[in-house]
Design a protein around this ligand. Structure first.
Ligand code: FEO
Length: 173
């Protein structure tokens, strides 16, 4: 059974994961507008991943006898100064998500809630990957700087990210 405080903290994290999905969809729309379809595709795949993250929390709260209570999701930004500024914004957002996962982990330890601690371990590893993939993208974009050709090639490369809708369907089932 979850403590009321832990239930509240996990519900807050569901909001953050859904906000992440909303933010990356907003970034997809930004890239779509710039004609960078590979970047837009990559962001849509990331959106699906964030919905999956939210659903992992949703299922866990239910399994532990808690109640999911959805909260208001803030409006994400819709414009960025440049594609690089957009990806840097995403990287900083992921760092904030990591901070929140770490706080949740500390709270679970404090409460002696071992089941939540074990559940959160997956997210601790996931955040390492998330920061790494956004960080690598920032570095690649810094390398190509203002080269339209470089941006074109990177856009093509990003269009190959798999978008597994079956996985998303499983998460929602
Ligand atoms: Fe759900 Fe990108 O962290």
């Amino acid at each position: 059974m979850l403590s009321p405080k832990m239930e509240e903290a996990l519900n807050e994290q569901i909001k953050w994961e859904l906000y992440s999905a909303y933010l990356y969809l907003s970034m997809a729309a930004y890239f779509e507008d710039l004609g960078l379809e590979g970047f837009a595709h990559w962001m849509k795949a990331q959106t699906a991943e964030e919905v999956l993250h939210a659903m992992k929390f949703y299922k866990f709260v239910n399994e532990r006898g808690g109640r999911v209570r959805l909260q208001e999701i803030p409006q994400p930004p819709t414009e960025w100064e440049s594609p690089l500024a957009c990806i840097e914004y995403a990287l900083n957002h992921e760092r904030e998500v990591t901070r929140r996962i770490n706080n949740l982990m500390s709270f679970a330890k404090e409460e002696g809630d071992h089941a939540t601690e074990i559940f959160l371990q997956w997210f601790v590893s996931e955040q390492v990957e998330e920061e790494d993939s956004f960080g690598r993208l920032v570095n690649q974009m810094k390398l190509i700087q203002d080269s339209p050709q470089g941006l074109f090639h990177l856009d093509r490369e990003l269009s190959s990210r798999p978008l597994d809708l079956n996985l998303l369907a499983q998460g929602l089932a």
